[in-house]
Design a protein. Sequence first.
Lengths: 312, 308, 560
Amino acid sequence: MLVVAFVSFSLFTFVGDPINNMVGEETSDEERAELRETLGLNDPVYVQFSRFVINASQGEFGISYQLRRPVSDLISERLPATLELVIISALIALTSGTLLGVYTGINRKGFLSDTILAISLLGVSLPTFVIGILFIYLFAVILGILPSFGRGEVVDLGFWSTGFLTISGIKAIILPSVTLSLFQMTYIIRLVRAEMMEILQTDYIKFARARGINEKSIHYKHALKNGLIPVITIAGINIGTLIAFSIITETVFQWPGMGFLFIQAVKFVDIPIMSAYLVFIAFVFVMINFIVDILYYFIDPRIRVKAEAVSG
Amino acid sequence: MDNQGLTLLNRIKDSDIYFSFIKSPTAIVTAIILLIIFFCSFFVEIVAPFNPFDPSSLSLMDAFTPPSWSEDGVTKFFLGTDGQGRDMLSTILYGSRISLIVGFSAILFSLVLGVTLGLTAGYFGGKYEMVVMRFTDVQLTVPSILMALLVDGIARGIISKELHNEMAIYVLIFAIGISEWPQFARVSRAATLVEKNKDYVSASTIIGVSNITIMFKHILPNILRPILVIGTIGLALAIITESTLSFLGVGVPPTTPSLGTLIRIGNDFLFSGEWWITFFPAIFLVILAFSINLLGDWMRDTLNPKLN
Amino acid sequence: MSFLKINNLSVDYEMRRETVYAAKNVNIDVNRGEILGLVGESGSGKSTVGNAIINLIDEPGKISNGSIVLDGINILEDPENIAKYRGKKIGLIFQDPQTSLNPILTIGEQLIETIQTHLNLNTDDARSKATNLLKEVGIKDAEIRFNNYPHQFSGGMRQRVVISLALCCEPELLIADEPTTALDVSIQSQILDLIKRLTKERNLAVILITHDMGVIAETTDRVAVMKNGDLVEIGPTKEILTKPKEIYTRSLISSVPPTNKKISRFKIIEKENKSQSDTNIKILNRWVKKEISNKDLVQVKNLSKTFDDSFFTESSKNSVMAVNDVSFNIKEGQSFGLVGESGSGKSTIAKMIVNLFRPSSGEIYFNDICITKIKSNKEMMKFRKQIQMIFQDPYSSLNGRLKVKDIVSEPIKLHNPSISSIDLDNYINDLLESVELSRQSANRYPHEFSGGQRQRISIARALATQPRLLVCDEPTSALDVSIQAQILNLLKDLQEQLNLTILFISHDLPVVRQMCDRIAVLKNGKLCEVALTEDLFVKPTHNYTKELLTLMPKIESIYN
């Protein structure tokens, strides 16, 4: 985490002169010097860094160059939008992806399997934004049944605003979440399928067959359980990727989330937002890895129960 | 020397790969499609009916012409024209050339960087390997889009605006390349570890062959297969990433539009009914990516020794 | 009537370019209470027959002809019903206990599941049945171990668990496919005894598939010999082994290294390369043959090697002492054997002598110079010329991407950089002919050769620098027994004509007896005994040596 903080900080300090970015061209040199003093930019580097870290851990990231508002406010406003989108997409991608992956892994041949695979290959080749545009065109322009931008009405729950409690909110989240999940879903399908196929070739499956265990048990009890172990890691990385890809989806659907904010920041070189986003993302990833490690511990007995080989 | 070339050809002919290629219709079809696309893109000046960058050839009267098979279309502009009177077919061809150049260069950069690091890490082991692997692990958790965006963002901040426009393509290639190298490193290292334990490596060591020679003469040719598969799929990904970035407005500069840029421009006209301006570039992009993925998939299945 | 009768069984595999006939019109029968051995070399089809009985043939294979009559019923007639027989009437065990068990379920769960699939018992009854079974196969503390996971058992114990799983529903036929090949000699004899006991106690019909003639001699009542899918001969074990009728059987038996005497050469009845003439070692012309002194060429003093955690995955200790204070000498021109089971450290010692890694402590002297202390690469190169190695796995010891001539020329070019290309070609040809390969082999790729031929290429490569010491790490363990005989003969000839000193590493005692003048026995990294070969075999002093000698399967036991 500290590494990330340092990177963020260097962005902040060294990339471009913050003052230049913040104020217009007309400001006089005197005023610039004054501003510099107030912001503490004349202090030595390590002082600035520790100030940055302390502020960051309290969620204080300074002021956006472009929008002139505290970054932390901006983030807390946008966070619920992104998170809701990501969570729904993750659910869609993981559940359908796993189900379809298992199905195509077990039934290697057959029309349905081949179709699913062909579609999944298509899914990997379709950039998310193309899917988004397509959906908008289809559902909003031609069919006119779903909104093409925005979040719909949101209900403010104090620190969180949710779109789940209104019909327009729910309608609004359908297209973006499906768009976002599609890319990931296809990836999961192929992964789970490859896993299943590999497991079904192993000796212990063969031995189970030799003992007369029926196919259904073999597939669901023996193969699937083993197959899920690597999927957990992938699920973790998945959520990270979803957050990243939400940038695209938010742009296409004009969804007011953090991704949209970030893109604007990159365009206008709005450093505080960029560094805040970075820190936030890093935090999320570290948390995810941590949770995945814990899950692994519970699921794989080889890790849980130490090998004390008793010879004899 | 002649003999060498001939035997290589013969070897390819005899190989299993060629055999499966001939027998697989998907492989042949996709290969043909890709060859056509590559050819058109690189010889675009000859192939394209118009040069959309020549302002003198444009006329606003031609703007918004629909594709030739619809009511108001003309055969001259096969796929219609955009808001400035540019022929869609030509712009798409020019655009695909940019997309392909960026995609190929980026993935090449990734490959060289990733394979070198992965190969040496797997071979030498120790602290060096640990450090390299930490880097890959950390970077792998960051999705490539994010990585590319970050690198691009930093570049914008460092380089001045004018210089940035000139260098944009190189920055983009670097950004996408940097985001993809961990995959190559990871695969190369894993494959290297497997090969390193094989006896032929021990035999060469005992003979006294130098480490570098072992790595590049012995190990590298044996780990090419999985790298090739990842490379193909990575190429598709690189092309998609580039188009995504261009779509978002942080990719190639508007003077050299890629397919992604075209889609973005066309998007504005979608609601007013001129669907073809965004539609055709999008279809082209999808066909390109799909063919590459299909080929990569076929390669993965053929080159996998286990599934037979 | 026999309990199991296989009639005219044919199994075909339709591959990409051709069809492989894995089994051709095989006729076999087995009775209850008897063990039938199914023996053959690789590609003989013995495993295919075993798998076919319970219809476990994977695609692209299929049973194209024949019937399998079990207790009067042709079970091939209704392929869907085969599942009923699996586990209930027929039990099958595989070679590798490590991969046969599902790693994330306890063995208790796997036992109960199997029992409840075939027998109508509630969980408690199933549990007690399973526990009793574990006791029967010799697992102590069965109640506790019931809840253990597979990785908590050692190799031998795991195989016992596998056997219990195969037998838990009281089948009447047991098929054991190379059940002890992956185990050490001492464990092997225990498992074979277990199988023999269970056969008697449960009146089982048993098919024991193996490539090891010694196992056949000691364990089976009748034996069937297979080659390339054909059934060559079938009959009572004693008869087949003492008075074989077919040429192939005779060749197979004569290739087996005798355990009770030393012979000078193996008798070869059918040669692999038909065009082989008697050994014509052409490289003798170039070889600067040294006169054999009576000195020690190699001296190993207090050699030790410790590996830390990263090398071993299963052990929960932090470091393993693979080699512990080992010392021995090898006289020039001699053949010295290093014998031990897995984990004995023999391979590690070999790798230290060829300088693949450095010892943790101790020294190795070659020609009175301490090679373990050499730091500079240049110095080391001088010794690399003189010490070469050949390996166990013929498939991984050659780089599949290089032509044979490139593989063999690599050492030559490295140590003689100024050699002209004509000279080089001639030298390569001489080397290939010395190992009984044709000149045309030079332009081919490794995958075009069989296992035995690849070992010959490895030998040619090793001889290219005219080494004084040739280290052979289990060079024939992965080869069929008839090929093994030919390669061992080749090594003997080469040693004699070129005055080579050989360090021969193996776990196979009879082979070592035939090849070596002196032998060192290792266990768990420690040296147990060093003696002249005949002394070791006839009058062993160390207990471990005595144990190994008693337990190793002997083909001669058939005469008792």
